[in-house]
Design a protein around this ligand. Structure first.
Ligand SMILES: NC(=O)c1ccc[n+]([C@@H]2O[C@H](COP(=O)([O-])OP(=O)(O)OC[C@H]3O[C@@H](n4cnc5c(N)ncnc54)[C@H](OP(=O)(O)O)[C@@H]3O)[C@@H](O)[C@H]2O)c1
Length: 211
């Protein structure tokens, strides 16, 4: 599969490594341009290349977004239309600035991203585990113990695609429902955020049944 990655910091570069290792082709971008990503491109190997944000957005059917949440309005909505956008971001007011709508709880951060990317299908995933645990905690298929990764989204096909992608890098996907409720269950401040739970325990804590 061809996967675009926007954001080449701790989370973006970690997921790029994991998906290249799993046999995918990755195009990765940051804000400063591809020439600043040559070392990372070299480390990722020949199945990855550094590109502009616009090129990463248009690269594949799936695009992972791993930028500070406050940058979401810079995402190229037209280029991302029709694609599955994996929202790995978190709203962190100290970094992102205060947003009254989010702080009242009227909306989740992924719904705001979905509002901006009206033609895309936003699926929230990978936001609730630390980047170094994402890097290190995947287990091969058939393993007795696997960490759960919660996934939420409104478009069923896009969500299935992301559930499969979670599985592909050694985690057990946990369907947490649509963005409106799913996002609330595992955002910063919730008990499961960065708790690194085995999948059944994660399901129990966020109140969902196994598929
Ligand atoms: N760190 C964690 O353990 C962790 C875990 C789960 C989720 N998250 C969330 O994931 C997101 C990324 O976190 P991180 O720790 O990976 O951050 P990071 O290491 O600071 O990396 C951020 C990346 O985003 C890029 N970026 C910033 N603004 C951009 C824009 N407008 N367009 C394109 N790229 C842009 C930066 O590029 P430049 O350097 O060129 O500006 C950088 O490559 C955040 O929302 C964070 O809350 C973090």
């Amino acid at each position: 599969m061809k996967i675009g990655v926007i954001g080449a910091g701790k989370v973006g570069s970690t997921l790029a490594h994991l998906y290249v290792t799993a046999g995918n082709d990755v195009a990765i971008a940051n804000s400063q341009g591809p020439d600043t990503l040559r070392d990372l491109e070299h480390q990722l190997g020949r199945h990855a290349h550094a590109v502009t944000v616009e090129e990463a957005a248009r690269y594949g059917d799936v695009v992972i977004v791993a930028v500070p949440f406050c940058q979401f309005e810079d995402l190229p909505a037209e280029a991302l239309a029709g694609r599955t956008v994996v929202d790995a971001t978190n709203y962190v007011p100290e970094r992102d600035g205060h947003d009254a709508e989010l702080e009242r709880g009227d909306v989740t951060s992924s719904e705001l991203m979905q509002r901006h990317l009206a033609g895309a299908h936003v699926v929230k995933a990978f936001n609730a585990m630390r980047w170094d645990h994402l890097r290190d905690y995947g287990h091969s298929a058939g393993s007795n113990f696997r960490y759960g990764i919660p996934v939420s989204g409104d478009d069923p096909d896009a969500k299935w695609r992301v559930l499969d992608l979670v599985e592909e890098i050694g985690f057990e996907p946990v369907d947490a429902g649509p963005l409106v409720e799913g996002g609330r269950k595992y955002q910063p401040g919730t008990e499961v955020y960065t708790a690194d739970l085995e999948a059944d325990e994660l399901r129990a804590r966020i109140g969902v049944e196994a598929a």
